[in-house]
Every structure is written in structure tokens, then in C-alpha cells.
Design a protein around this ligand. Structure first.
Ligand SMILES: Nc1ncnc2c1ncn2[C@@H]1O[C@H](COP(=O)(O)OP(=O)(O)OP(=O)(O)O)[C@@H](O)[C@H]1O
Length: 261
């Protein structure tokens, strides 16, 4: 289990401060959420943790080790995996292949091994295929194993993204709006799945989500951003009743305010 800490984390785009000096500790083995109105800086925050953006200021630490500014591949190999707001699967590859891609960084065989296939490499590939199959089973995706990823129903594609992220064996899993576009039944299934996964795999899970029912039902600890600044942190009950959070949502749109009330 791992703890992820950010200190004074900051990102600017020209004159705009998208994330402004945010301090937060994502506790080990807990589901946390990052919420806030549209444009609050949530995705930019994730992008800095996962190496897509270098922070302009501040520190990102995984178990006390500074990882800020490292490249995405390095961050993945250190144990942080993520999914994206918009599904980013390899659509023309099979469902199993998508998960195997997630494992690739962990496999020992390099290009030489893949071409010449000594017995050790063949053994590793068989093990990886079995592990991929087990992951698909866990996510209820095994029936589509040999189908193209883009032929799956929407909810199944979202689950496949999480399965692929898990194939890297992360200590910390970041989910960017995992329930976006899902119907209430799919959202309820996903909620149960994330809960089960976090409990059984003992991971630190961090989610960005607009669906407040999902956030309040899943997370123990919540960070609230508004205009890039941390305006609150606490338990779901503390956040629900926090005057600055209510104000931030009320100040935006009636639709967004309703969901947190
Ligand atoms: N690459 C970029 N270049 C310039 N501005 C950006 C860039 N990425 C994000 N921004 C701006 O930074 C601010 C924060 O955006 P971000 O996408 O992080 O917010 P968010 O909270 O994830 O929003 P949403 O809930 O709508 O996804 C916004 O004003 C956005 O327009």
C-alpha cells in the first residue's frame, strides 16, 4: 500500500493558474476523491501526478520519494496507473491484447526475446496471458476476450480501461471520471466493482467524479478544488456540509449545485 503526497503543487497555462499551491495526502489503502466544478483543475492535477504535465512548482511524493516531473512511463513503473476521462483503448486490438499491453512494461523479455522466443520468454508469455485472462474474468469481460475492444458495449469499455490500468500492478490507481456517460445501472455496478477491487487488492484509489452519489458512497477522504485552489478536504459528511463547497457549487450552475446538496 502506498501514500501519495502533493505539496504546493502548481500548474500555470500562460496567465491562468490551473492548479494553485495544492497540499494533500492521499492515504494508503483508501479511496479518495478529487471534486470541484468544471474547470476547477482536477484533470490538470491528475496530469501532474502521472507525468503528462511537469509541475511549475511543488512536490509529488510516492511513499516519501519525489516523483514530480518524471515521464509517464517511469511513473507507471513506479506504481501509479490511471484511466482517462475519454476512453483511450486500442480499439482495433482485442480485449485481451489491450490488457496485455498494460502488462508489457512489467515483462522481462525485450525485443530480442520476443523475436527469438527462448523457452523462458514463452513461459513468461503464457503466464502473462493467463494473468490477462484472470483480470478479464475479474471484470466480467472474458466473454469478449477475442473481440475488438471498440466493439464492446460502452460500460464494458470503461471496465476494460480499468483492467488495463490494473495490469501494470499499480500501488496507486487514478480514475478520471470512471462513470462518465454510464446509465444508473452501469454506475451502480461500477461502484460495487471499485469497492471490491480496492478491498481485495489493497490499493490506494483516487477518483475524479462528477457523480456525487458515487463519490459520497465510495470515498473516505475528499479534496475539493475550485479555480485551482483547495477549498476543503474531509470526509463525505464534512464535505457535504462545508459552506465553501456549497458556495462553489451554487455559484456555478443549478445542476451542479443540486448534486452535492
Ligand atoms: N493544456 C491546457 N492549456 C491551456 N489551458 C488549459 C489546459 N488544460 C487545462 N486548461 C485550463 O485549466 C483549467 C483547469 O482545467 P482542468 O481540465 O484541469 O479542469 P477540470 O476540473 O478537470 O474540469 P472538468 O471537470 O470540466 O473536466 C481550465 O480553465 C482549463 O481551461
Amino acid at each position: 500500500m502506498s501514500t501519495l503526497t502533493v505539496t504546493k503543487l502548481t500548474k500555470r497555462f500562460g496567465g491562468l493558474i490551473a492548479v494553485n499551491g495544492v497540499d494533500f495526502t492521499f492515504r494508503s489503502g483508501v479511496i479518495s476523491a478529487v471534486i470541484g466544478p468544471n474547470g476547477a483543475g482536477k484533470t490538470t492535477f491528475f496530469n501532474m501526478i502521472t507525468g503528462l504535465y511537469a509541475p511549475d512548482d511543488g512536490i509529488v511524493e510516492l511513499d516519501g520519494r519525489s516523483i514530480g516531473g518524471a515521464k509517464p512511463n517511469r511513473i507507471t513503473s513506479l506504481g501509479i496507473a490511471r484511466t482517462f476521462q475519454n476512453i483511450r483503448l486500442f480499439g482495433s486490438m482485442t480485449v485481451l491484447e489491450n490488457v496485455m499491453v498494460g502488462m508489457h512494461g512489467r515483462l522481462k523479455a525485450g525485443l530480442f526475446g520476443s523475436i527469438f522466443q527462448p523457452p523462458r520468454v514463452r513461459h513468461e508469455e503464457i503466464e502473462a496471458t493467463l494473468e490477462g485472462y484472470r483480470l478479464l474474468e475479474y471484470f466480467g469481460l472474458e466473454e469478449w476476450m477475442n473481440e475488438r475492444a471498440d466493439s464492446l458495449p460502452y460500460g464494458a469499455q470503461r471496465r476494460l480501461e480499468i483492467a488495463r490500468a490494473l495490469a501494470t500492478k499499480p500501488k496507486v490507481l487514478l480514475l478520471d471520471e470512471p462513470a462518465a456517460g454510464m446509465n444508473p445501472r452501469e454506475t451502480a455496478e461500477l461502484t460495487a466493482l471499485i469497492k471490491r477491487m480496492q478491498g481485495e487488492l489493497d490499493m490506494t484509489v483516487i477518483l475524479i467524479e462528477h457523480d456525487m452519489k458515487l463519490v459520497m458512497g465510495l470515498s473516505e477522504h475528499i479534496l475539493v478544488l475550485d479555480y485551482g485552489t483547495k477549498i476543503a478536504e474531509g470526509s463525505p459528511d464534512e464535505i457535504r456540509n462545508h459552506p465553501r463547497v456549497i458556495e462553489a457549487y451554487l455559484g456555478k450552475s443549478a445542476g451542479e449545485a443540486e448534486v452535492i446538496a
